[in-house]
Design a protein around this ligand. Sequence first.
Ligand code: NAD
Ligand code: ZN
Length: 651
Amino acid sequence: MFTDSQKAILLQTTLDPNEIGEQRFCELCEQADLLNTATDSELVAFLKIANALYRGGEPIISDADYDFVYLAELKKRQPEHPLLHTVEPEPAFAGKTVDLPTIMLSTDKAYSRDEVERWAGRIEKAAGDLDKNFAELIFKVTPKLDGYAAYDDGQMLYTRGDGRKGTDITRVFERGLQLADHGQRGLGAGEIVVSRSYFDANLAEIFDNARNFQASVIKEKELDEHAERAIADHAAVFYPFALLPCWTGVWQDLIDNFESVVKDIWHKLDYDVDGVILEIVDEQLKQVMGATRHHHRWQLAYKENLETAEVVVIGVTPQTSRSGRITPVAELEPVRLSGALLSRATAHHYKMVLDKGIGPGALIRLARSGEVIPKIEEVLRPAEPQVPSACPSCGHELIWDNDYLICPNNLECPAQISNSMEHFFRVLKNNDGFGAATIKKLYEYGIRRVDQIYALTAEQFESMGFGPKQSQNLVEQLVRSRNEAIEDWRFLSAFGVFRMGLGNCERLLAHYTLAEIFNLSEADIVAIEGFAEKTAAVITEGFAKIKPLFDSLISLGFNLTPTQNQPTDNAHPLAGKTLVFTGTLHSGSRDELSKQAKGKGAKVGSSVSAKTDYLVAGDNVGANKTNAAREKGVSVITEQEFLTLLSGEDA
Ligand SMILES: NC(=O)c1ccc[n+]([C@@H]2O[C@H](COP(=O)([O-])OP(=O)(O)OC[C@H]3O[C@@H](n4cnc5c(N)ncnc54)[C@H](O)[C@@H]3O)[C@@H](O)[C@H]2O)c1
Ligand SMILES: [Zn+2]
């Protein structure tokens, strides 16, 4: 049963514990095995409540259970559920809700070296697109503090909130909270943390855990006496990420010494740390790689693997995806791993199946990684690889495209067509009933395009063998999917254009309306932050392909909510200006300052051109550089002048 303080946290939210019932909540919480009896809405309600309690400082289940049992179950049932693709919200803390100066995201997580290498592979690819030499790129590794995220813009301190709006908790500074490492204000994002040894010695008897204590520092209008003392003793501090101890170096050094680098950084501080953060420091590359709605693609949290198992492969089954890629799924002798019974695992691609020898009899190592179907970590004993030559769905001969096997028959392959139709309804999410089984039946009756589905009457559904009640319901769901308001970026993403997932759709539609996107040139797309040249070509091609279906569906009248353009204050002196930073800066890292400038509507470039408005010159900048900029008509300003502009005053 919930304690009084847990009830108080839930009162701060719009969540209704009765949606699931307190009794039922506790049952599911104590016996994860019961999870398979939970309905989808019970599961979602459970996760939302557990998350609110965790963020409110009263976690009710362990992080590992949250990630690997409960969240994993949602991933399995509804891979597109918003809970999985957005920042998990905090309950409202006391204080004013305000727009954050910059969006604060969660992190993508990796539990194996293999996943880290694949992340680096994506960076290498993005670097290649920009003609940058990957071997020279600098990586940075910092401890992943396990406290409360906050953002300090120099004037206010904000909680992370839902990633876009947070709470103004500047009061904690007014009550004496110091910055770690004698830092200055205004260094951007960081965490409120408490020294582990201090907690153990002075607070462990009063508070259940460090999170519980940290929450008390920001939660209440009135500070608890223990919190007051911890602040006065400098044991509770705000630690800006910019001041964290770090390892920096090139990829080869990082991966060659991975274990020792991770171990060293992980244990450098006397604060709770639940992993390390890996990121690249090249600003231009970061901009191009961009972010999903959940995390930055240029950043990765590496966490420790909890448990692994060794298991024998029975066979490898090919599966054709919506895009025609063939996914190798290894069927396994059933094995129990951290509470879950597993019988399948995926290999990344068929190149891996070939190279590593994955086939009947191979012995592999599995690890739970938060994925629904776990990935094969390592092949311990190879066997004859099992690789198909024909598409399991249409029988067409497969071709190799780099590491992937592809079915090129995208116009006729049943799996590709059905998966695309299913994808449409799943992404739209404002409808029920169009899962795999329904789509399969529709396909059998000659349905190939989503607009054909929208044209069906209840009688027609019935003639295909759906019951009268179900037929009526399907028609109602189609009507509902058109009437219920959805964001235009979600609608666009449902068409499944390669590289146009939810995040990229939202990014694009913050600049152009839906009606405009089909006339965009590659150059128009590249000009938007977060899109690379190569991607742009694929995207314009993809748009041309979906145009007929798109027009046909739009004419049915969906209830689309246009994407809000990024809120910018046009009167701000930096709005619409292009800046370039150079030299050593003192008030924050280049990244942080760029973010703040962008938050005011500025663009940040990596090199000076005639389009640049300001060159912000820190220390140690040669006269050649500033003179060359002036010759191009660029104003050269100091860091201090920049800060003045940032604060909204004209320099
Ligand atoms: N036990 C529960 O009931 C429960 C419920 C919800 C979430 N959780 C846990 O919360 C985690 C997910 O939370 P999240 O979305 O806050 O994401 P996250 O764990 O990925 O952390 C993202 C945050 O890391 C912080 N961070 C710390 N050190 C950093 C550094 N050196 N550089 C950059 N950022 C740094 C940033 O503030 C950022 O917001 C999961 O591990 C999950 O287990 C637990
Ligand atoms: Zn096929």
